[in-house]
Design a binder for this molecule. Structure first.
Ligand code: ADP
Ligand code: MG
Length: 351
């Protein structure tokens, strides 16, 4: 038999590690937009503008008016596992979108990245990454906040590039991401511009007049989901054992033929969670036929200790310490609102 050469174990270099990690977080342009907009929200931005070209494949630019980064922080922001959001001792108590410190490092590994940022004390600076090489920090011009620009995503990984769908489909996925985050942050203005599609704009403007969360949310849902939804939506506000459920759920008469308009958030984070979706379905069971699906935007809020958001790098899954309580809260909260509107369930299902 042939003798195999003894394999050599090597430590991968930082660029290779970043490329591997990037595969998990960054599936397509929409995932890059999600990471960047979440960073802007974490930075306390009031106005966030997203520009894409060619479905985000050639250009993604996210500008915000948030707290910005000092010159010394720019190289740190780009290195893996460097974050300003947690100190590592408190992984159970996460209140920001970010905490893994991987997004910017990963973006630098899959495209040409340019970050420009300004703080009041430090002025504006920029840093660039291309082909895994990080530039020096240079003085730049910017009036406030941060601009992160990613060009030619996946140019160095043709295999990944091939998996992307048409520009139109990728642009749609970007729009969906921005819509979800806009629903979660009704007090922030979002602007989405598609530079290659006739420079079309979608604007979700925060109404400076309203300080009330339900008013702001209702207004935001009206622009994101449409006036019909807003006109047919019941206000949901319920509480149980430390879990708070708020949001709007549509009357059974305003339902859809597919489960495409069910938006769920846990502590402000858009999630796709089977248990939550199942609870929503169960709540409408007696008032909707099997082929119809409820429309709702629901927010579950609780002490961060009661839910684990660190299940997957993209953080779209969560694990509740007590899923039964959350399920019961959703079923009873929605049924109560439906009954109040004259849609009484024919049977009471134990929750
Ligand atoms: P994470 O969000 O998990 O901390 P990122 O790689 O996304 O990791 O960002 C690294 C760090 O860069 C953040 O912790 C934050 O301090 C800084 N940062 C990133 N984007 C912005 C932004 N838009 N405004 C201000 N600071 C930012
Ligand atoms: Mg982040």
């Amino acid at each position: 038999p042939q003798i195999q050469p003894r394999p050599v174990i090597r430590q991968l270099d930082e660029a290779a590690i970043n490329r591997i990690a990037a595969g998990e977080v960054l599936e397509r342009p929409a995932s890059a937009v999600k990471e960047l907009v979440e960073n802007s929200i974490d930075a306390g931005a009031q106005r966030i503008e997203v520009v894409i070209a060619d479905g985000g494949k050639t250009l993604i630019r996210v500008s915000d008016d948030g707290c910005g980064m000092a010159a010394d922080d720019l190289p740190l922001a780009l290195s893996r596992h460097a974050t300003s959001k947690i100190d590592g001792s408190d992984l159970l108590n996460i209140t920001s979108f970010g905490f893994r410190g991987e997004a910017l490092a990963s973006l630098g590994a899959v495209g040409r990245l340019l970050i420009t940022s300004r703080t009041p004390g430090d002025g504006a600076h920029s840093i660039a990454v291309s082909g895994g090489r990080i530039s020096d920090v240079r003085p730049a011009a910017l009036t406030s906040g941060t601009v992160v620009e990613l060009r030619d995503m996946f140019y160095a990984t043709p295999a990944r590039l091939k998996f992307l769908r048409t520009d139109r489909a990728e642009a749609q996925a970007v729009t969906d991401v921005v819509k979800r985050l806009a629903m979660a942050e009704p007090f922030v203005t979002f602007i989405l511009r598609d530079a290659s599609d006739g420079d079309t704009r979608v604007v979700f403007r925060a109404d400076a007049q309203t300080g009330d969360l339900f008013d702001a949310l209702h207004g935001r849902l009206q622009t994101v989901l449409g006036r019909d939804f807003a006109d047919n939506a019941l206000r949901i506000d319920a509480e149980r054992d430390g879990f708070h459920l708020t949001g709007y759920a549509a009357l059974p008469t305003y339902s859809r033929g597919a489960a495409v308009a069910q938006f769920l958030f846990v502590n402000g984070r858009p999630v796709r969670d089977k248990m939550l979706l199942g609870a929503l379905r169960a709540a409408y069971m007696d008032v909707l036929s099997r082929d119809r699906h409820p429309v709702a935007a629901l927010f579950v809020d609780c002490d961060p200790m009661l839910v684990d958001v660190n299940v997957h790098p993209a953080k779209s899954e969560v694990r509740f310490r007590d899923p039964g309580v959350v399920r019961g809260l959703i079923v009873s909260g929605l049924r109560h609102a439906l009954a109040g509107a004259g849609h009484r369930a024919s049977s009471t299902v134990a929750d």
